[in-house]
Design a protein around this ligand. Structure first.
Ligand code: AP5
Ligand code: MG
Length: 215
């Protein structure tokens, strides 16, 4: 049986952390638009160059660019048993495009996992996040510390994301509240939103709540 999931939630809510746990549990791929855009920037592609300025200022990359990468990714073989959309859709326009692309491949969304966390907790999480440039592991210097502040378990170096400084984090939160939060209502009305308390408790506890939804 396929399992098509959306992970919704503000910057730092734990979408990436929980998506990685869900990948292990459900054996479906994580489709993170943020990771795809960062990879495009690293590779110096035309898409990466167009996206850079938006990402560095904490704004959303235009819908047509993001919809294009998801459309291409979602039809690959590894999505035939399902997928986790991490960070997409993020606008009502993207949600409408997603509905159209799923209808074309005769698929639908099963659950929208909405991780809810207070803004001040999110700022504290993001400014101390470190991630592995090689394997993608996500750490927090205090809540989920790496073996050493600059080294991953896999032995490779850790990096701090360019958009994880406090000024850009606050812009990302504003963008979330104005452009992405309306999706909560949108998916509530469709009976798909599963609200999860993503704050004040550790990643394993949050994941227990997600597992209850997945059944
Ligand atoms: P993206 O990469 O998607 O970033 P984001 O949405 O801002 O979310 P984050 O990745 O920062 O947070 P997360 O929820 O994954 O949290 P994580 O698990 O890492 O997007 C970046 C940019 O790309 C956007 O600003 C935009 O420009 C562009 N973009 C991407 N998608 C787009 C789209 N669809 N449309 C347009 N533009 C798009 O956890 C965060 C930290 O908290 C970590 O340190 C972690 O260890 C810690 N943590 C996690 N869970 C817990 C817990 N329970 N307790 C304590 N600490 C925790
Ligand atoms: Mg993420």
């Amino acid at each position: 049986m396929s399992m098509n999931l959306i992970f919704l939630g503000p910057p730092g809510a734990g979408k990436g952390t929980q998506a990685k746990k869900t990948v292990e549990q459900c054996s479906v791929p994580q489709l993170s638009t943020g990771d795809m855009l960062r990879a495009a920037r690293k590779d110096g592609t035309a898409l990466g160059k167009k996206a850079a300025g938006y990402m560095d200022s904490g704004k959303l990359v235009p819908d047509d660019l993001v919809v294009g990468i998801v459309k291409e990714r979602i039809v690959r073989d590894d999505c035939s048993n399902g997928f986790i959309l991490d960070g997409f859709p993020r606008t009502l326009g993207q949600a409408a495009s997603l509905d159209r692309m799923l209808a074309e491949i005769d698929q639908k969304i099963d659950h929208v996992v909405d991780l809810v966390v207070d803004d001040e907790e999110l700022v504290g999480r993001l400014t101390a996040r470190r991630s592995c440039s090689a394997c993608g592991n996500i750490y927090h210097l205090q809540f989920n510390p790496p073996p050493s502040p600059d080294t991953c378990e896999c032995g490779k170096g850790l990096v701090q994301r360019e958009d994880d400084n406090e000024t850009t984090v606050r812009s990302r939160l504003e963008v979330y509240h104005s452009q992405t939060a309306p999706l909560q209502d949108h998916y509530e009305k469709q009976g798909l939103r599963r609200k999860i308390d993503g704050g004040g408790r550790g990643p394993d506890e949050v994941f227990s709540s997600i597992k209850e939804i997945l059944g």
